[in-house]
Design a binder for this molecule. Sequence first.
Ligand code: GCB
Length: 670
Amino acid sequence: MHLRIRLTCRKYEIWALSFFSLVTGLYVLHFSLALILVNKEVPQTRGMLYPRESETREVRSLDGIWNFVRSDQANPTQGVRDEWYTKDLSQSRPTIPMPVPASYNDITTDNLRDHVGTVWYDRKFFVPRSWSKNQRIWLRFGSVHYEAFVWINGQKVVKHEIGHLPFEAEVTDILNYGAENRITVMCDNALIQTTVPQGKITEVPNDNGMTIIQSYTFDFFNYAGIHRSVHLYTTPRTFIEEVEVTTALSENNSVGEVFYSVSVNGSAANEAINVLNIQANLYDKEGAKVANTTSDGKLDGCLKLTGVKPWWPYLMHPEPGYLYELEIKLLAANEELLDVYRLKVGLRTLSWNKSQFLINGKPVYFRGFGRHEDSDIRGKGLDNALMVRDFNLLKWIGANAYRTSHYPYSEESMQFADQHGIMIIDECPSVDTENYSQELLGKHKSSLEQLIHRDRNHPSVVMWSIANEPRTASMNADSYFELVANFTRSLDKTRPITAAIAVPYTQDKSGRHLDIISFNRYNAWYSNTGRLDMVTQNVIDEATAWNKQYNKPVIMSEYGADTLEGLHMTPAYVWSEEFQEEVFARHFKAFDQLRKKGWFIGEFVWNFADFKTAQSYTRVGGNKKGVFTRSRQPKAAAHLLRKRYFALGRDLDQCQFPEDLFTYIADLIS
Ligand code: GCB
């Protein structure tokens, strides 16, 4: 039987199994020829400044409990056809309460967890009468995973694809002022071969007939929903749309320059852009003004200051994460204040060569983690308590960096990393990239464009990761990653590019397009399981081979072992706490030998905390490679890692040991 489910969105074109042989045939044909990729333009993000209040702007949160409906899995476009967005959802279907922000998957007690396809949210909100006066109103989502369609008062306002990234729309002319309004969101979690990340949807028989199955090759659970905050905010009619900041240091890091470039939008901007002025003021942490400038009809300029406090990573300096505040004032020709936007700025330089990565001229050795945005009940929903706890643990353990594996993390966490001096390798959502196609390339590039647009001003972001474990042994990977890397460089030349590679160095076709080589490898776990005697030399050999092949700095971006907290076994045995400690120690030994070679620049444990995965017989309740449990308590290996990270901090950056790093045992041990 040909069962074809066709939705308004192309991605639901699912064809029956009888079609399979034809598809397979095309697939083989396709991959027997090299893919010819065309470098097409990707849409450019505009605006999207993080919503902040000022004397010219108001921000209102729409977070809270929304109404929620899941579509029938076999009929995912019914809501669109029946126009559920034209009235309260409760008039179309019984609704249940759903928190925003949160993933919806683990909130209920039924099988919503494994739902594939569309779900609907709505809520009412009031817009004050005062907001109708001569200004603009914007609706902004921090992220909806994976695809969102949004209506206000029944009118379509925005559609956005790719999770973990913000999007917004102006809603000035759609709102009812001094009255109630309704917002409706349809969210679709389906991943297919041209989404970022990729997945597959198949239709298979079950006890009730046929059902749809979502599969993906990565292991983290495909949580979905309105994951980050929803805001309404106001701007003046002529307003600061974008601010881009870069910094420079000279004279032994004592003289600093902050280069800013502003985009202005609005009627005055279009008619008489040359008579608008930007007044830029820079304030230190105490609020003292340390530099200012007024542009003469220009929208960019430079603030120069002496006696700079540079932005330093945690444990590399006694005062890490130093931030200034940049105040941007948009003035009309007659000096009238049109708009004000403030953002934090860290002054630092980045540089890299064939063996080093330097910050403010000092070589960096990364000691950190791969992480996930993941917790019990909330899934990938923004949770400030969790975020603050995680940063406390990162600092407790002496880490100076993490990779946003495997997608962009919340804007709030990026701001927190700036403040605490935690360096970020900022990763786009491309995981296990394969079956390269023109459409995939476009979306992959778009995910990087949106990410860089969002995060370019964060001093904590020190590197872009353009993929995790792409299938780079394939012939097509070469041209594909050349295009992706060049595109990334065209957007930001101030940061190096990496990708976490898992294919053997003998097969890889992406490394030559990167600035820094990162590799993931699970010695004694996925290879040579249980063989602790087969870790150290293998790590040394592989890292050395990567360096030899590409003559670039090398990072081990993942290593680790699943560990069930409380399981103790000696001699060490897989899944036990002892085994995780031993695996780490064997890696440490390799890293210390590699560090002496001069081009090995970092170690990242997989993973910071245990996290949820799709159901599998290799995972007991999820991926347990965390150094912390899912509820953020340390496993034994956390104490070991803490000693190493602080030892590295003291050796390389002269940091102090915390008082409780070593427990008293006996006078005999020093
Ligand atoms: C990897 C992936 C990561 C997985 C990890 C594992 O190589 O990059 O996403 O979670 O292995 O534990 O299997």
